[in-house]
Every structure is written in C-alpha cells, then in structure tokens.
Design a protein around this ligand. Structure first.
Ligand code: GUN
Length: 282
C-alpha cells in the first residue's frame, strides 16, 4: 500500500504557483487577486476562509476578505458580488458555502462573472466542463486528478466509482475522470447494491460525508481509494473511509487529514492564477 501524500503534492503545486506569481509581478507589476466572501459565523467555514487568506498572502497574492453578518440579505450579497465583478484588482471570487437560508445560493453563484469563478460553480463553467472544454474546474476534483497524475496512476480504461453526486465534488469528478477516458459510475443514497458497485471500482472516490462509511468489504484488492470526507468525530477529523481496514487492501489510499484537503486550496490558488492570466491575456 502506498499512501498518497496530499501535503507533498500540494506543496509542489504551491511552489509552481508562487514562482509564476513572482514572474508575473516582475513582468507586469501585477499579482493575482482573490476575494473571499463569508456570510455568517459557521466555525468550519471561518477556519477555511482564514486558511485561504493566510496562504494567499504567503504566496504573494492580493487577498480581499469580506465578512458579512449572518442576517445579510440576498440583494446586499448580490451588490457585493457585482462590485467584485467590476474590481480590476480581483481575478477570483469565492463565496463560501453553505450560505444562510434567506439567500438563494444558486442565484449568487450565477451572479459571479464566469471569468472570475475560481470555484468553477457558475453554469457557464459547469457547461464547459461537461462539454470537455478547458475551463475553471472545481478545486477538489481538480486536486484529485493532480494527485493521481503525481503518483502516475493510470486512469484510462479504469472503472472509477464515485460515491456522492454533489455539485462541488461528485458530478465534476465524474466529468474529469471521463475526460481522462475512465469508465465512470456515480453512486448515491438511492443506489441499489452500492457494495457491489464499490467493489467493482479500480478507482474509488468517497465523497458522501459519512464517517467510516466505506468498509473493507466494499473495496477490491489493489484499488485506488480517494477519501474526500472531512468529518469531525469526538473532536477528531476522520474521512468517509474506514482507513485502517481499507489500507490493508488498497494499492493507494489518501489519509484524512493530509490527503485531499491540502490539494483543494492549492488548486484554488492555481485557478486564481489561471483566471488572472486569462483576464489579462497573459
Ligand atoms: N464549502 C465547502 N467546500 C467549498 C468549496 O469548494 N467552495 C466554496 N465556495 N464553498 C465550499
């Protein structure tokens, strides 16, 4: 069994991105700018947002943070998005999800300029991805592809089974794996005989948000197991995979923490550079 080290892989991506930021600064005098918007005080979201800012600054980006109160109205948030769309210093806009219930998230995501949509959640970018065209791709699935490539894990012709059909992970993951010529199955809460499905996977991606859901009897010997879950159990972070038992069978497996998590932020930085380059025709 080989452990997939997300810290190591994300480190190489961050180095590449930081070097590119330096190069852009010396050539153009400008650096990429990322705006992060947090509405309310969800503790997990607040931690993510703080980490994003910290890494932005470490890597030489301009970082803009907007903390809005939990009772912010949809029209106020739309006004802020509009302001960020028009701000030439801002190349990337990330509105942290989930949003409070009085705000229609889809309406907000659709208001973001697709050229600045570093989450890849705007319908225009979702459409480009579905069409197999180059675009801003959701960070977590993009990071998973980077990890597979780093470890030279073949995707072509393999059966990839994704557990979870979210717009943030499951669906975009399916399109990226399909682009790389995998045969893709998406399973979800209504899938019949999920165990048999999972057992037929060469590459198994677990993104359901249930601690320890994937047990050893659901995994084929020699499978590649990617754990997207971040669940807090008794103050400890655990994934969707019962790690100790599954690690005995898997050829490759990602740990939690230290697997997929660090990749997501590295890809966000990569997407912000890409957005900056496209906006400025670099
Ligand atoms: N909340 C959990 N994951 C994400 C993400 O990738 N992007 C945004 N905007 N919010 C999230």
């Amino acid at each position: 069994m080989q452990l997939i080290d997300g810290k190591k892989v994300s480190g190489t991506i961050k180095e590449r991105v930081a070097a590119r930021v330096q190069e852009l600064q010396s050539k153009t005098g400008k650096v990429p700018g990322l705006a992060v918007v947090l509405v309310g005080e969800d503790p997990a979201s607040a931690i993510y947002v703080r980490n994003k800012n910290k890494i932005c600054e470490q890597m030489g980006f301009q970082s803009f943070t907007h903390n809005l109160p939990a009772d912010t109205g949809e029209s106020q948030l739309l006004a802020l998005v509009d302001e960020l769309n028009r701000d030439p210093a801002v190349d990337g806009i990330l509105v942290q999800l989930p949003l409070p219930q009085q705000i229609n998230s889809q309406r907000i995501l659709e208001a973001i300029d697709p050229a600045k949509d570093v989450d890849g959640f705007h319908p225009v970018n979702v459409g480009h991805l579905a069409g197999g065209h180059k675009t801003l791709v959701p960070c977590t699935p993009a990071g998973i592809i980077e990890m597979l490539d780093y470890y030279k894990i073949d995707i072509e012709g393999k059966h990839a089974v994704i557990l979870g059909r979210s717009n943030i992970v499951g669906k975009p993951m399916a399109f990226l794996l399909l682009q790389r010529n995998a045969t893709v199955t998406i399973c979800h809460s209504r899938t019949r005989d999920l165990k048999t499905m999972a057992r037929s996977a060469d590459i198994l991606v677990a993104a359901i948000g249930r601690p320890g859901f994937v047990t050893a009897d659901m995994v084929q010997k020699g499978a590649v197991v990617i754990d997207v879950g971040i669940n807090r159990v008794d103050g400890k972070l655990v994934g969707d995979v019962a790690f100790d038992a599954v690690a005995k069978l898997a050829a490759y497996i990602t740990p939690v923490p230290g697997g997929v998590g660090p990749m997501t932020i590295a890809m966000l930085m990569q997407n912000t550079v890409t957005a900056h380059e496209r906006i400025h025709n670099l």
